[in-house]
Write a protein that binds this ligand. Structure first.
Ligand code: ATP
Length: 233
């Protein structure tokens, strides 16, 4: 289990995470929903080992990794909201590059790259330049890239935003496949409607804190009567 306890992050005088608590079980697909500035990207970047928190714990199977970003990167794959990809590489070269960066070389890197491309349904695009891929395909490539280290958990920053329904459906299938194999998935969005397709549970984030975490049904029920902080379902 991934357990975040009392996580705090400040940017100068701005408090982005204010004692955030959240749990993610293996196989769970947890939607992280909150408005602009709620702290979603900050949380995901900390989990990805790209930012350091001021204080708090990130426990993976009981071990605190909040102070060791390299350990976080071993256990948590990250799909950013911006797909900054090396456009001059072919898709298979791109995957090999990431395999090499994770200490996998030669034939093993080629095999691993192809296996992951197959998993995200991009194998037939392996000869194409990354640049020529559609936005949805680039996103799937980023999922494949994040899986190179075989992380137990995968975090995705707003994967649904601006995507058309067919692309969302493809991503949903991939994430459900990962979930069935035991990967815990955390996906952020502004809108509950974006995540109702994907997630088995939801955490509402507001001003750097989780104000509600539960099943989609529980959260919708408990939200009614509250002032809406996300779009209605
Ligand atoms: P959005 O949905 O708009 O991306 P978010 O929920 O991802 O928002 P964050 O980007 O994590 O929220 O921002 C949380 C708070 O931290 C906001 O008040 C934001 O202005 C602030 N913040 C984020 N990054 C920085 C930074 N590099 N320097 C200063 N303040 C920052």
């Amino acid at each position: 289990m991934l357990e975040i306890r009392d996580l705090r992050k400040d940017y100068g005088k701005i408090c982005a995470l204010d004692g955030l608590n959240l749990t993610l079980q293996p196989g769970e697909i947890l939607g992280l929903v909150g408005p602009n500035g709620a702290g979603k990207t900050t949380l995901l970047k900390i989990l990805a080992g790209l930012l350091r928190s001021e204080s708090g714990k990130i426990l993976i199977e009981g071990k605190d990794m909040a102070r060791t970003p390299s350990k976080l990167r071993e256990h948590i794959g990250y799909v950013p909201d911006f797909f900054g990809v090396y456009d001059n590489l072919r898709v298979e070269e791109y995957m090999e590059f990431y395999c090499n960066a994770n200490g996998i070389y030669g034939l093993l890197a080629r095999q691993k790259g192809q296996e992951l491309l197959e998993r995200v349904d991009l194998l037939e695009k392996k000869e194409q330049p990354v640049d020529s891929l559609s936005r949805g395909m680039k996103q799937r490539l980023c999922v494949a890239r994040a899986l190179v280290s075989e992380p137990a958990y995968l975090v995705l920053d707003e994967p649904a935003s601006g995507m058309d329904p067919s692309i969302r459906a493809e991503l949903k299938e991939i994430l459900q496949g990962l979930s069935e194999q035991g990967t815990g998935v955390l996906i952020s969005s502004h809108m509950l409607t974006d995540l109702s397709q994907y997630s088995t549970s939801v955490g509402l984030i507001r001003k750097g804190r989780i104000i509600l975490q539960g099943s989609l049904e529980e959260v919708i029920l408990r939200m009614s009567g509250d002032r809406p902080i996300v779009m209605t379902v």
